[in-house]
Ligand binder design. Sequence first.
Ligand code: WTA
Length: 631
Amino acid sequence: MSDRIHSLSGYIHEYQRSVNQPEQFWSRIADSFHWQKRWDKVVDWDFEGPDVKWFLNAKLNITENIFERYLFTHGDHPAIIWEPNEPNESNQTITLRQLYEKVNQFSNAMKAKGVGKGDRVIIYMPMVPEAAVAMLACARIGAVHSVVFAGFSSNALADRINDCSAKMVLTADGNFRGAKSIPVKAVVDEALEKTSTVEKVIVFERTKEAVDMKAGRDIWWHDAIKGQSTECKAEVMDSEDLLFILYTSGSTGKPKGVVHTCGGYMVYTKYSFENVFQYEPGDVYWCTADVGWITGHSYIVYGPLLAGATTVMFEGVPTYPDAGRFWEVVEKYKVNQFYTAPTAIRALQAHGTEPVTKHDLSSLKVIGTVGEPINEEAWHWYHSHVGKMKCPVVDTWWQTETGGIMISPLAGVTPTKPSYATLPLPGVQLVIVDADGKELKGNSVEGNLCIKYPWPSMIRTTYGDHERCKQTYFSTYKGMYFTGDGVKRDEDGYYRILGRVDDVINVSGHRMGTAEVENAINEHPKVIESAVVGYPHEVKGQGIYAYVICDMENRTEENLTNEISETVRNIIGPIAKPDKIQIVPGLPKTRSGKIMRRILRKIAEGDTSNLGDTSTLLNPEVVEAIKEGAK
Ligand code: WTA
């Protein structure tokens, strides 16, 4: 059964209902799922705690809502279509029944290795179907998965393993990415030298490169599943039991483990998937994200599979072997809904329209974007050349913490406007506040984006540190969830996201804390102090600009910038490498010693005409020197 909205008036009606009678609204949506025991109460919440619970005391297993629910009628339907990195390597179509059997078999394999309900399992894998199998098998047996993007360094991986005291790591020998093959198991080995909780590592064979297998700890995936039954009873989970932890960057300190729970996440991801993409039975849906990010969790794996959809998983990169790869794959599988990031669109836009027009994209019905604001030019390019002016563009705004899409057109239902995420989904009660927390009512206002009522897939806590969750999201504005984003509501009541208002930068759709990058830079022995800001970047949306004070003895600038770059790569991963590193004699500071980032941002943007009053700085002279050096 689908709760799909079909018209604008239907949307308005549903939205009103969801606000006037949220409990009845969500109860109706949740009714279409399979629960082992129904809830006693729909929602209980207090944003002070914060303490949010959905579908209280209900029992369920999310995988029963993916498998048992559809197996009888749809067992032979393709669940996952996997497109490998190399276009001529054979692809895979995995039916729902085959996926079910793989998940059960792997569930049994994990259990045999001592993993059970509540244990944390790290998944550090390439984009192969087994990554989805691993997630679903964890969910099947009640283990809590924490997927770590396979591009993160061993240090970043070790931090995450330690933070959640993971018992098991699921990985692969290597990862094919375009023309490169990246060792993965070796990174795990390094990480495990800095951790002590992991008992077993299961290794999927992908690239067949040589790896060290540690006796007693490491097992090949194919050996682990040998002889295991393809039936595994789903664990009974409470609605509020943990489903997964996903680490994400914030404005301070180390990445935090965002916690999502079983019941609410299930209800919201399916509901939002069906409505935003207007998925119809038989459609082929493709989201190009990596399962290492929330988009991969909610809209490659859980949302689509909960809706009985066919979901495409792509191992490679948009420009390999050429800039036509995405479109070649759309044509090959007759993709109906296509979901990608603005940074990918801008990168492909730079290659012109020939790679697009070469392919038959007539199957496309809906095209979507996520992860960062989409500029008007990219929106129009996407709409004209990919969507041929006939496919609605769904610009979806949401966050790791929200679990699912919050603001977006419903394809074909909501009239779109370039660069606008448009309107909130039913159940999402947005508020715009000014710096003092005063609500800005009415249209044509601009301020900080908050949410004043809970929704089923919202963050419950930050793993192991509830206070941090409270401080980060629920303390800036009393009684509201603060998103960290700036927003404008225009004269039509449409929302346009303006970007982060905190010290988070968004590089190619990847969230990066400036403090996190600074901490990594400061690990270099010659670095005295650093400050990192974002600046507009044509393809990446934002680039990373690092101002660094260094001890120059025995070093040239070139040596140092290369070494610093390498340090960041080692500590976080290649995605955090600064785009620009400027060695500076000092950093502009207030008399109380605070770095004036506003000035650094302006210089990074190349806008030095109006730096404001710098005379009150502790060291106004460094501003001139930095300006000179930036030329
Ligand atoms: C940004 C990704 C503008 C935003 C799902 C948010 C967007 C952060 C959009 C979350 C969009 C995401 N338009 N900005 N459509 N989607 N963002 O946790 O700043 O990786 O706070 O979740 O990305 O990034 P995250």
